[in-house]
Design a binder for this molecule. Sequence first.
Ligand code: ATP
Length: 358
Amino acid sequence: MRLFLDDGIKRRVAEPSRHYNRYNTRLFHQPLRGSGIIDAVVQVEGVTKLYRGVPALRDVSLTVASGITGLLGPNGSGKSTLIKALLGLVKTQSGSGQVLGHAWPGDVRRIRDSVGYLPEDDCYITGLVGVESVALMARLSGLSGTEALRRAHEMMDFCDFGEERYREIQSYSTGMRQKLKFAQALVHDPPLMILDEPTTGLDPDQRASMLNRIRTLALRHGKSVILSTHILPDVRAVCDNVIILVGGTVRVVDSLETLSRPSSPTLHVTTLGDPAALIAKATDAGYRVLQNEDGSLRIEGIEATDTARLWDWAAETQTSIRRMQPALNSLDKIFMDVAKGRDSLPSDTPLESFSAGQ
Ligand SMILES: Nc1ncnc2c1ncn2[C@@H]1O[C@H](COP(=O)(O)OP(=O)(O)OP(=O)(O)O)[C@@H](O)[C@H]1O
C-alpha cells in the first residue's frame, strides 16, 4: 500500500539537518518559557498499576521539571508502564495529576496530541517507505496531505536520512528504525517527547548523533524530554534531572548536579607511580582515602583550601600528582546503591543491572 504516489516525493533532495526549513521558517515551535505553566511538564500523585493483581507501579508520585529527565531503573522496575500510563495506553487503578497542563488521566487525548512518544518496540506499517510512515503520523496529528509530507521530509532531514527515506522500512537497519521512530515522534512538533530506550542497538556514531539531536531539541528548541534508558553514560551526557524507579516505586527525583555532589568535600587525585606513601600521609592526617580500580585516589573530607598540604605530602614522599580535582559521585554507584537499597558501597562495586556504556 502506498499512501503517496506523487513523484515529487522522489525528486526531493535530502539536505543536511537544519533547524529552519526551505521557506526559512522555524522547524519547531518555541514553547513559552517562564510562564510557570510548563515548568513542571508532568506532575502525578498516587499512581498504582496492577497487572492481574501484581503491582507494576505502587503509589507513584512525582514531578518532572522541564528540560531533559532521565528515567532509570533496573529491568521490570516499571519505567515503560509509567510512560504508557501517562499516555493512557494502560489503565491505572488509581492516580491523578497533569501532563503539560492537561488533566491526567481525564484529558488523555490532549496529552497524546502534545507528547511525542518513541516506544521501545518497533512500530511501523509493513509496505510503507520511511517518509510515508512519518507523513502518516503527521496526517494522524491533523495536518493536510501536502503539509504532512513537507513536515515528514523536514523531520527526516533533521534525523540525517538521505535517499533511504524512499526505501521500505522492513529493509532498515536497527539504527535507521530508531531514527524513523524519532522522526515519527517529533513530526507534530510536540513540546514534550517521551523516548523509551532511543539509543538501544545503535553503534557509537549513531548513538552520539541521537544524543546530539536530543540535546539540540532541548537547548535550541526548548523542548522537554523524558529519556528512559539503561545506559548511564547517555544520562550523564544529556540529562538535567534523574528519576529512579525500583520495584514500581520512586526512589529518587533530583537534579544530576545535586546527585553528583558528594556529601563531604572530596578530591579525586591521580598520581604517577605508586601512591602508597601519599595514602599513608593522608590517612595519618585523618582523611579517608579510597583507591579506585584505575589506581586514582578519592580523598574524603578534604577542603579545597587544604590542597597545599597534599602538595607538601607529595613533595615529601616524592609522589608526582598528575591531576587533582573535586570528586563527583559516580552515577553508576548512585544507581547501584539505590537499586540495592544501600547507603554506600565500595567505589569499585561492579554494575549488575545497569549498563556503563555500549
Ligand atoms: N502486559 C503486561 N502484563 C503483565 N505484566 C506486565 C505487563 N507489562 C509489564 N508487566 C510487568 O510489570 C513490571 C514492570 O514492567 P515494565 O515493562 O514497565 O518495566 P521496565 O522498567 O520498563 O522494564 P525494562 O527496563 O525491562 O523495559 C514487570 O514485572 C513486568 O513483567
